[in-house]
Design a protein around this ligand. Structure first.
Ligand SMILES: N[C@@H](CCC(=O)N[C@@H](CS)C(=O)NCC(=O)O)C(=O)O
Length: 332
């Protein structure tokens, strides 16, 4: 027997109320339903001197805590790989606990089995969210407490780019390109890197359309710039501007299009961006940080309000998508 329309309407209304409640826990919004990224009470990230690092044993070195699917952590991870910082910063991959929405530490580190416990051990204020990436100094002498050196990715990529290293390591933010790198960051951070989240976490149609417009306008700007003076955002040289953009665009077909509704145009309709992404994925230090099927599992599994069934969709693997020749676009 068909369900009476009044019951369907009541169920829809009830579900929408509950959905809004769940969304408030996941992603704060303003009164018009626009996603508001929680301000991170970020600490000023500190650079350590070569002299203080040399004195330390492997265990006493700072640790960079990342999560395999977090795009913010991904940016710091790529710099860690590209500059080969493993001799001076240890890497820990926290595991996403989908049931609690928290980061687990397996195995425990400094006696902590969760990122929250670790933040508390570092005396971070309880209202500071326990987010990845986090750069932590375990303390190098007995009795010295561990401390949080930084947990804001935008700063951390800069700090890691200047991190002392005994070997030759690339400078991804050379002085003559700093102006350009900063102006890319001013566009990329709100419109693209946060922009995909603004689409996915929008609570109303108007909020979604606003975010989508801002996002695709930014992609148009990137496309034009790459076509004119690519192959990279600052010309021939790989910089932190590329590294800041890459984790968003490499997740596109895996999660941001299917789950966040970043679908106004397919990415292949931006031919220069398409080639740019292929070029970056060919760099081994970058490709080893990419795991498309893990991203699918984490995003579809963790973001319950967006996908209550928890079903993880199938799809072609990342390499296959990225390596495909971009079709002749009807938008060109
Ligand atoms: N301040 C951070 C924010 C990073 C962030 O939002 N990380 C997410 C994972 S993608 C997180 O750890 N969330 C845990 C939480 O909010 O409790 C940055 O940009 O570095």
């Amino acid at each position: 027997m068909a369900i009476p329309p009044a019951i369907v309407a009541g169920a829809r209304h009830g579900w929408k109320l509950q959905w809004n409640l769940l969304m408030s826990g996941l992603a704060p919004a303003d009164k018009n339903g626009n996603y508001l990224r929680p301000p991170s009470k970020h600490k000023k990230a500190n650079l350590m001197s070569q002299a203080s690092l040399i004195k330390r044993s492997k265990k006493q070195l700072p640790h960079l805590i990342i999560g395999r699917s977090c795009p913010w952590a991904h940016r710091t991870w790529i710099i860690h790989e590209l500059r080969d910082l493993k001799e001076s910063i240890n890497l820990i991959t926290a595991k996403a606990d989908h049931k609690t929405g928290r980061w687990k530490l397996e195995p425990k580190w400094l006696g902590c089995d969760s990122l929250l416990a670790l933040y508390l051990k570092c005396d971070s204020t309880p209202n500071l969210r326990a987010t990845v990436p986090a750069l932590i100094d375990p303390g190098h002498t007995d009795g010295v407490k561990p401390s949080l050196l930084g947990n804001e990715s935008a700063q951390l990529v800069e700090v890691l780019n200047e991190w002392p290293t005994p070997k030759d390591a690339p400078n991804l933010a050379p002085r003559h390109l700093l102006g350009e790198i900063n102006s890319w960051q001013n566009l990329l951070q709100p419109a693209v890197n946060e922009g995909v989240y603004k689409c996915g976490f929008a609570r109303t149609q108007t909020a979604y359309e606003l975010a989508s417009k801002e996002l695709f306008n930014a992609l148009d700007t990137i496309e034009k710039s790459l076509a004119k003076r690519g192959p990279l955002l600052c010309g021939d040289q790989l910089t932190i501007a590329d590294i800041r953009l890459f984790p968003t665009l490499i997740r596109w077909e895996m999660v941001y299009a299917p789950l966040f509704g970043c679908t106004k145009k397919p990415l292949w309709s931006f031919p220069s961006i398409w080639k740019w992404r292929q070029k970056l994925l060919k760099i081994t230090s970058i490709s080893k940080t990419c795991n498309g099927s893990a991203w699918r599992k984490d995003y579809f599994g963790a973001l319950f309000p967006l996908r209550p069934s928890g079903i993880v969709p199938e799809g072609p693997d990342l390499e296959m998508i990225v390596k495909a020749a971009a079709p002749i676009s009807p938008w060109i």
